[in-house]
Design a protein around this ligand. Sequence first.
Ligand code: C5P
Length: 402
Amino acid sequence: MTLAGKRVLLIIAGGIAAYKALELIRLLRGAGCAVTPVLTRAGAEFVTPLAVQTLAENTVYQNLFSLTDEAEIGHIQLSRAADLVVVAPATAHILARMAAGLADDLATTLLLATDKNVLVAPAMNVRMWQHPATVANLAALAARGVHIVGPDEGEMACHEFGPGRLAEPHAIFDAIAALLAHGGPLAGQHAIVTSGPTQEPIDPVRYIANRSSGRQGHAIAAALAALGARVTLVAGPVALADPPGVTVCHVETAREMRDAVFAALPATIAVCAAAVADWRVTHAAQEKMKKTAAAPPILELTANPDILAELAAAGPARPRLVVGFAAETEHLAAHATAKRARKGCDWIVANDVSPATGIMGGAENAVLLITAAGTETWPRMTKDAVARKLAARIATHFAEGA
Ligand code: C5P
């Protein structure tokens, strides 16, 4: 992917994850993006200005009152000269200062002065991330239109476990690319992507669902946006952050997902990656069912709408390219090829979800792409890589005049 001609102002705040900002700079420079780095005072305790400057191939700005910096370029100009302002890592402290509108150093002054999109990649200890003050600050920033990528969940430098780890540099890169993508190969296209499971209520507290994590669908939404498409992501209940640069519609049931998808039309691309529940409980109880009842309940089920098949048969409203998924545990190619015909979609991305593959809920995927021309076998790769490859294939398909 190229970001040639794009300019990112990268603010590196103080946190152990600051070292990952160096990899992010490398990725941005590799894509041809100009990077103007700003180090906060605490940021400079974790990475050296020399390392940042060398990788960015650009002056590193640190001090609001530095005569040298101000002689070269004023802070207003610095904040306006970028196409996007990125804060990575964004500590609890800088998020709090942003939320409060403080301008007590160069970084926060630039953030207050900018008229450009701002993307933050939070990184902090799990307790700081979950503190009501941080939660409120994030909500205030999101309401103001600040884009957020991550944090990830995992083991932290402090050996605690949970959400708060800086998103991986390539994920931050993808979020940046999505926000800078106007003019990409899918510019002018509208893509609807479904992702995650659906939850079908049994009563107000119980539901039927499945093990889908939404990782593949969310990654596809991000990858299509990164190529310039306008993307509407219709997401079932997942534990994932909304991808930046994507319009997200949160739903619970298959019927809500269907309605949200059809409300988002017209679209030129539809990718149905959601694991939609095939059935719902015909008469969900209005009150919580009591286990004191004489016998265990027998649930009567009704078929849910098939969103993929309905989209593929939508007549003039049909997106030009309709892509479905086939999750199978045996005879993958044969079942998926039959599914392509049955559903009336153009492409099927087929994957083997047998428990031994670790694909369902995992970070990797091994897929077959089934088109009118036949079956392609893609090597096992991360779900992000599958998403990028699929988005690139879709871009080529449209470039060829589909
Ligand atoms: O029929 P099956 O569930 O195996 O088909 C999977 C494909 O159909 C996926 O693309 C899934 O998103 C889509 N689907 C749907 N609505 C349903 C069931 C499946 O869009 N009710």
